[in-house]
Write a protein that binds this ligand. Structure first.
Ligand code: TRP
Length: 445
């Protein structure tokens, strides 16, 4: 069977940006930045994107395009009879884990979208927006309905084939989301007390750097936000043909994605301080601050509606890229149809997400890693451990398994003056920094 292809380089870029920009930029970025002290975290995050993230994005897409396979297949094809493909399985498992909680959180976003549709959010609940959110996510069934709906939509799109629906939706929605975020940022900085929020985000308190977990958090956030390390970008790259140039595309994706995160910080943190919310409230953070902002604004009901529409769609364009990783794998390895693979994987991930959702209520006493609940544990394990391992292996693969000439050729950097710098980053610097961050977090260096 003929493998699918993107219609154009622009189609690929939109899909890859759609994958990168999602809940990670708004929901995850703001709560992780909030928990890790703000400004100093932001700087580490930006450094991680520039020095490690963007170079590895190019690595990942290049491997996929060269091999024209899913993640496991790519390693098997390029390095036959060698153990590299094991990392492919790790990638498939990580995509699975991430989507399990991603879909639950996206379900929360859909629920909020619905509450703006019905106009319910224009009234302040007796227990406040924070209280009503906590009450919602701790229920047994209601959040599962939204999780099921979100997973259903994701499965449907992947099962039909990514191109038409998603490429088109992204083309329209990304600019809307970007414009809204900018408008909200302008509004947010005019809130009384906004200065404190901006200081939190932009005036680094270097003392937080004494804690090794901040480095891991920044690295994990860079990987998560750029959709790196599980084979998403490899799989998307595998639908590209050789005639398209990669370096410019990957830089564009990385820069866009980072701008989205910074702007969402400018939206969230002034509001966090203006409304007296604790910046380290964890995953619920944006679901409390945003409704507060919209409640204070003129036409907040409409703005909230458009915002949650855009956020839900941004989440969908990311979740399909996560589902595509195991689906592409099964289609090739088990010779399954796209339809069957999407259905099976989607249902299993849905079931795994049920535990995440119950972990916010009935099962909130269950802690898996340290004192983290089920959601936080899955997120921690996948983002801060599996993604960096997946990414470092890709870097080592291109840096050490390929010859220098092959590496430059695969990434369209032959004769490009930045080729040498990229190669050194990929071969030595990125693996070295990631290794140090890991060892440091384990207390070894
Ligand atoms: N980057 C997406 C976001 O920010 C989520 C995502 C999609 C992802 N594909 C991924 C995260 C692969 C890690 C790995 O919302």
């Amino acid at each position: 069977m003929q493998r699918e292809n993107w219609a154009s380089r622009l189609g690929f870029m939109l899909a890859a940006m759609g994958s990168a920009v999602g809940l990670g930029n708004i929901w995850r970025f703001s709560y992780v930045a909030g928990e890790n002290g703000g400004g100093a975290f932001l700087i580490l995050y930006i450094l991680s994107v520039l020095v490690i993230g963007i170079p590895l994005l190019l690595v990942e897409v290049s491997i996929g395009r060269k091999a024209q396979r899913d993640i496991v297949g790519s390693y098997k094809k390029l390095a036959p009879k060698q153990p590299w493909f094991m990392v492919g399985y790790l990638g498939v498992a990580s995509a699975f884990l991430i989507l399990s909680f991603y879909s639950v959180v996206a379900g929360w976003a859909l629920y909020y979208w619905w509450r703006y549709v019905t106009g319910a959010m224009t009234e302040m609940p007796d227990i406040g927006f924070g209280g009503s959110f906590e009450a919602f996510i701790s229920q047994d069934y209601a959040p599962l309905f939204w999780h099921a709906l979100f997973m259903g939509i994701t499965m449907f799109i992947v099962l039909v084939g990514v191109k038409k629906g998603i490429e088109l939706a992204n083309k329209i929605l990304m600019p809307i989301l970007a414009l809204m975020m900018i408008a909200l940022a302008i509004y947010s900085v005019t809130l009384p007390g906004a200065g404190e929020g901006l200081a939190f985000l932009f005036q680094p308190d270097w003392s937080v750097l004494d804690d090794p977990s901040v480095y891991i958090a920044a690295l994990g956030q860079a990987f998560f936000s750029l959709s790196l390390g599980v084979g998403t970008m490899m799989t998307y790259g595998s639908y590209l043909t050789k005639q398209h140039q990669l370096p410019g595309a990957t830089v564009g994706i990385g820069v866009m994605d980072t701008l989205f995160a910074i702007i969402s910080g400018i939206v969230i943190f002034p509001a966090v301080f203006a409304f007296g919310i604790d910046p380290s409230s964890g995953p619920p953070l944006v679901f409390i601050t945003l409704p507060e902002i919209f409640y204070q604004m003129n036409f907040g009901g409409v703005i909230g509606l458009v915002f949650f529409t855009a956020l839900s769609l941004a989440a969908i364009s990311s979740s399909i890229s996560l589902l595509e990783v195991p689906v592409a794998y099964l289609m090739r390895a088990a010779n399954m149809s796209r339809k069957l693979a999407s259905l099976i994987v989607g249902l299993v991930i849905f079931a795994s997400g049920v535990t995440v959702s119950l972990g916010m209520g009935k099962w909130s006493g269950i802690t898996l890693i340290g004192d983290r609940n089920i959601l936080d544990s899955m997120d921690f394990l996948s983002s801060n451990v599996f993604l960096p391992i997946g990414g470092v292996t890709m870097a080592l693969f291109v840096g050490w398994y390929f010859s220098k000439q092959e590496a430059l050729e695969a990434s369209d950097l032959t004769n490009n003056p930045i080729g040498g710098l990229w190669y050194v980053l990929v071969k030595f610097i990125a693996p070295f920094i990631i290794a140090i961050i890991f060892l440091n977090s384990l207390g070894i260096v």
